[in-house]
Design a protein around this ligand. Structure first.
Ligand code: IYR
Length: 222
């Protein structure tokens, strides 16, 4: 069994309480500007920015440090077209019968439908895969732990990193999305988790009016 190796926690930086408060507030003020956008510009985004945001996502806490995620960054127009075609096929069925009325009613304020032009317009689609188990170079399988929690946290950090870099994103969940394995050539141990659409908002992009819950609604201090 590999041994645990420890070194001093050198990266931690304590902040004076006043600065802690100011930074906590400033971070919230910045994050509350983030909106999910469905109207994307075709403008290109430097690949290096996406790489840095993926590195940031990869720092997420995760089960037994297995890092059970894989990100497929799609900019190829033909692949984007294939993803759009497959997603719209599922989504059109969803909106025209598969979804229960209660779900459609919940989505009504967002104004979504089965058309997904952003899947071709945006410069990047990041398909996030969850590794149900790992595969070693010699083909042996390794167990992963808390896969959904781990990939969920990494995805949240990716959304945050992209916002911090001045980009917008859309967490898109075509269902089912097994077509992503076929189109993007991913192996059987990888389960499609989420499709993140990334880029700049289109000129004049509009977003629905929504509100967020208050601190008392979302938190209980005991
Ligand atoms: N996957 C569909 C429907 C959808 C579902 C939820 I929950 C949303 O918050 C938004 C959309 C779609 O992407 O349109």
């Amino acid at each position: 069994m590999p041994e645990a190796n420890f070194h001093p926690l050198e990266s931690y930086e304590e902040l004076p309480v006043a600065e802690m408060k100011a930074r906590a507030k400033a971070f919230y003020e910045d994050l509350r500007r983030r909106r999910t956008v469905r109207d994307f510009s075709k403008r290109s985004v430097p690949r290096e920015v996406i790489e840095q945001c993926l590195l940031a996502a990869g720092t997420a806490p995760n089960g037994a440090n297995m890092q059970p995620w894989h990100f497929v960054v799609v900019s190829d127009p033909d692949l984007k077209r294939q993803v759009r075609f497959a997603a719209e096929k599922e989504e059109k069925e969803f909106y025209s019968g598969r979804a229960p009325q209660e779900w459609l009613d919940a989505l009504a304020p967002l104004g979504t439908d089965g058309n997904k032009p952003f899947l071709e317009a945006a410069p990047y689609l990041i398909a996030i895969f969850a590794e149900r188990y790992g595969v070693l170079p010699d083909g042996r399988q390794v167990k992963n732990y808390y896969v959904t929690e781990s990939v969920g946290i990494a995805t949240g950090m990716l959304v945050t990193a992209l916002h911090n870099a001045g980009l917008v994103s859309l967490t898109h969940t075509p269902s089912p999305m097994t077509f992503l394995n076929e189109i993007l050539g991913r192996p059987e141990n990888e389960r499609p988790f989420l499709l993140l659409v990334v880029g700049y908002p289109a000129d004049g992009a509009r977003v629905p009016e929504i509100s967020k819950k208050t601190i008392d609604e979302v938190a209980t201090f005991l």
